[in-house]
Design a protein around this ligand. Structure first.
Ligand SMILES: *[C@@H]1O[C@H](CO)[C@@H](O)[C@H](O)[C@H]1NC(C)=O
Ligand SMILES: *[C@@H]1O[C@H](CO)[C@@H](O)[C@H](O)[C@H]1NC(C)=O
Ligand SMILES: *[C@@H]1O[C@H](CO)[C@@H](O)[C@H](O)[C@H]1NC(C)=O
Ligand SMILES: *[C@@H]1O[C@H](CO)[C@@H](O)[C@H](O)[C@H]1NC(C)=O
Ligand SMILES: *[C@@H]1O[C@H](CO)[C@@H](O)[C@H](O)[C@H]1NC(C)=O
Ligand SMILES: *[C@@H]1O[C@H](CO)[C@@H](O)[C@H](O)[C@H]1NC(C)=O
Length: 495
C-alpha cells in the first residue's frame, strides 16, 4: 500500500486525478475551425463594433458660412461664446455613440488648438482671450464620459505659406501631428484625405512617414484614408456601401485622392489580400459645417443611410456640426435621439429568440458547442453556428432555420452577422419564408441588414441558406425584426 506522508499529498493526488479527467474531457470538445486570412486586427474589431461614430466639423467656416475656407480668414472671427464640449459628448452618448472625431484643422488651416508652429489658431482668436484650446476641452469632455476621441488634420492647407514646398510643409504637418498625438492622450482614430482643389498648388504628402509616426505614438489608433492602413473610405459621401461589401481589398491597388478607385472602395475585393473595412462618412445636414439655413436630415433618411452603411458591413461616420454658440443645435440633438430610439425599437426585440432552431449540420455534433442556438445569444463575434466539416467542399446545402413556436412570425428586417474574427467568408446567401425565397444577397460580413422591399412578411419558418462561401460559413447572430418606420411605398427605391 502506498503510504501518504501527509494530507497535502492527498489533495495533490485528487487534483491530479481531476486534471487528468479534465484533459480527457477536453479532448472530446471540438476545436474552433481555423481562421481564413486576412483577419481584422484587434483595433479594427473594436472599431467595427461601434457601428456609428460622430464627426464634428468646427472652425472658422462655422463663422463665415463657407464649406471650404480660403485660408485668408481672420482668426478673430472664431468666437464660440458658450462653447460646451460636454454638451457635444452628451449628444453622442444619448445616441449610443462611443467615438467622436473632431476637425483639429480643416482646409483653411485654422487650428483648434494652440499649435506652437503657427499663430493661425485659437491663440489669435477672441475666444477666451486667445487662451482657449478646443481640442483639450473636447478630449477632456469625452474622457469624462468614457467616450473615445479621434482627430482630423487636413493635409490640404490653404493658409500655411509652406504649403507647396514638399520638405518644409511635410515637416510642418508632421510637427502638428506630433503635438496632437502626444499632448492629448489616447486617440482611437485619425482621419487623412487627399482632397484639394484641382487648381491648388502641387504638393506631395509623405503619407508613409506620417502613418509610421502615428503608429509609433499611438498603438491602438485606426488610421483612416482612401487606402487605409486600418479603415478605408467607402468611395462616396452619401453614406452608402455596395450591396456587396467586403472588408477585404488589395491595399497595393489603392492610392489616396484617386477618383478612379471609388467603385473599388465601395465593394472591396474578392481576392482577399488585406483586411481593410470601409467607413461611410456623411453629414446629418447638407453641409459639413453648421449653417443657419440648414436643418438635419429626416429620420427616415437617416434610417435608410443606417441600413445602407452599418447594414452593409460598414461603420457610419455621421457628422454633427456645432454652431457659432459652440453647441450642437437642439434640432440635431433631437434627431440623434430619435435615431437612437428608432434603432432600439427595431433591434431590441429579436423575434427569432422565441423560435426553435435547426441547421443543416453542426460542427462536432449535438454537444459540440457550435449549434444554431449560438446565433441567438448576445455575443456577435465569438459564439457562432458552424456547419460540420464534411460540408466544407462541394454542393452541400448549408442552412440555418428558425421555426416560430407560438404561431406565426411577423417581420420586415432580417439581420445576419458573421463571426468575422475568423475571417469574412460568405459570398452568397438566400432567405426563405415558408419555402418561398424573399431575399437573394451576396456578402454578409460583421452585419448585413435586409429591410424587406415588400414590407412585412408573415410566416412560420425562416431559413437562411448560404449558397457560396470561402470555407465554412460561421454565423454569429441572426435577427428577425419589425421596423415600424418602414412602410415601403415605392418598392424600387430602397432595400
Ligand atoms: C454643458 O453641457 C452639459 C451637458 O449637456 C451640462 O450638464 C452643463 O451644465 C453645461 N455647462 C454649462 C456651463 O452650460
Ligand atoms: C479652386 O480654386 C480656384 C482658384 O483659387 C477657385 O476659383 C475655385 O473656386 C476653387 N474651386 C473650388 C471647388 O474650391
Ligand atoms: C501640377 O503638376 C502637374 C504634373 O507635374 C502639372 O501638369 C500641373 O500643371 C501642376 N499644377 C500646378 C497648379 O502647378
Ligand atoms: C489611381 O488608381 C488606378 C487604379 O489602381 C491606378 O492605375 C492609377 O495609377 C492611380 N493614379 C494615381 C495618381 O495614383
Ligand atoms: C494587388 O495589387 C497589386 C498592384 O496593383 C498587384 O500587383 C497584385 O497582383 C495584386 N494582388 C492580387 C492578389 O490581386
Ligand atoms: C446653438 O445651439 C444651441 C442649442 O440648441 C442654441 O441654444 C443656440 O441658440 C444655437 N446657436 C445658434 C447661433 O443658432
Amino acid at each position: 500500500m502506498v503510504k501518504l506522508p501527509h494530507a497535502l499529498s492527498l489533495t495533490t493526488l485528487v487534483s491530479h486525478l481531476l486534471f487528468t479527467l479534465a484533459i480527457s474531457t477536453r479532448e472530446r470538445v471540438p476545436t474552433p475551425p481555423l481562421p481564413i486570412l486576412p483577419l481584422p486586427s484587434y483595433s479594427q474589431l473594436k472599431w467595427q463594433q461601434r457601428q456609428i461614430i460622430m464627426f464634428l466639423h468646427f472652425g472658422v467656416n462655422t463663422f463665415t458660412g463657407l464649406e471650404r475656407g480660403t485660408g485668408l480668414e481672420d482668426p478673430a472671427i472664431f468666437n464660440p461664446v458658450s462653447l460646451n464640449t460636454s454638451q457635444w459628448v452628451s449628444a453622442a452618448v444619448d445616441a449610443g455613440i462611443s467615438l467622436m472625431i473632431l476637425t483639429a484643422k480643416h482646409h483653411d488651416g485654422f487650428c483648434l488648438w494652440p499649435s506652437k508652429y503657427t499663430d493661425h489658431s485659437v491663440e489669435s482668436s477672441r475666444w477666451k482671450g486667445g487662451k482657449g484650446d478646443v481640442v483639450r476641452e473636447f478630449v477632456d469632455a469625452a474622457k469624462a464620459r468614457g467616450v473615445d476621441a479621434g482627430l482630423y488634420l487636413s493635409p490640404w492647407d490653404r493658409h500655411e505659406p509652406r504649403y507647396g514646398q514638399n520638405l518644409k510643409y511635410n515637416e510642418y504637418y508632421l510637427a502638428q501631428l506630433q503635438e496632437l498625438l502626444t499632448k492629448y492622450g489616447s486617440m482611437r482614430e485619425i482621419w487623412f484625405d487627399g482632397f484639394k482643389n484641382a487648381s491648388a498648388v502641387n504638393m506631395t504628402y509623405y503619407f508613409t512617414e506620417w502613418f509610421s509616426m502615428v503608429k509609433e505614438l499611438q498603438s491602438s489608433i485606426n488610421i483612416f484614408s482612401d487606402a487605409g492602413p486600418d479603415v478605408r473610405w467607402v468611395g462616396n459621401e452619401d453614406g452608402f456601401a455596395g450591396t456587396t461589401c467586403r472588408a477585404t481589398i488589395n491595399k497595393s491597388s489603392l492610392s489616396i485622392g484617386n477618383a478612379s478607385i471609388e467603385g473599388y472602395l465601395n465593394i472591396g475585393d474578392p481576392r482577399r489580400t488585406d483586411y481593410l473595412p470601409a467607413e461611410c462618412d456623411l453629414s446629418i445636414r447638407e453641409g459639413w459645417f453648421w449653417h443657419k439655413s440648414q436643418s438635419p436630415k429626416k429620420l427616415s433618411k437617416l434610417l435608410q443611410i443606417y441600413y445602407k452603411s452599418v447594414g452593409r458591413n460598414c461603420v457610419l461616420l455621421l457628422n454633427v456640426p456645432p454652431n457659432t454658440t459652440g453647441l450642437v443645435s437642439e434640432t440635431d440633438v433631437h434627431r440623434l435621439k430619435e435615431l437612437r430610439n428608432a434603432l432600439d425599437t427595431i433591434f431590441s426585440v429579436n423575434l427569432a429568440e422565441k423560435c426553435s432552431m435547426k441547421a443543416s449540420s453542426r460542427r462536432g455534433g449535438k454537444d459540440g458547442g457550435f449549434g444554431p442556438e449560438n446565433v441567438l445569444d448576445g455575443d456577435h463575434l465569438w459564439t457562432y453556428w458552424a456547419p460540420g466539416d464534411e460540408e466544407d467542399a462541394g454542393e452541400v446545402d448549408q442552412w440555418i432555420e428558425m421555426r416560430g413556436t407560438d404561431g406565426g412570425l411577423r417581420f420586415n428586417v432580417v439581420r445576419i452577422q458573421e463571426a468575422v474574427g475568423l475571417g469574412q467568408r460568405i459570398k452568397r446567401h438566400e432567405i426563405y419564408v415558408d419555402g418561398k425565397k424573399i431575399v437573394q444577397g451576396t456578402t454578409v460580413g460583421y452585419k448585413r441588414l435586409h429591410r424587406l422591399k415588400g414590407g412585412v412578411v408573415h410566416g412560420s419558418v425562416v431559413r437562411v441558406r448560404i449558397t457560396e462561401s470561402k470555407g465554412l460559413p460561421l454565423i454569429s447572430s441572426i435577427g428577425l425584426h419589425l421596423d415600424p418606420f418602414w412602410q415601403p411605398k415605392d418598392r424600387k427605391s430602397l432595400d
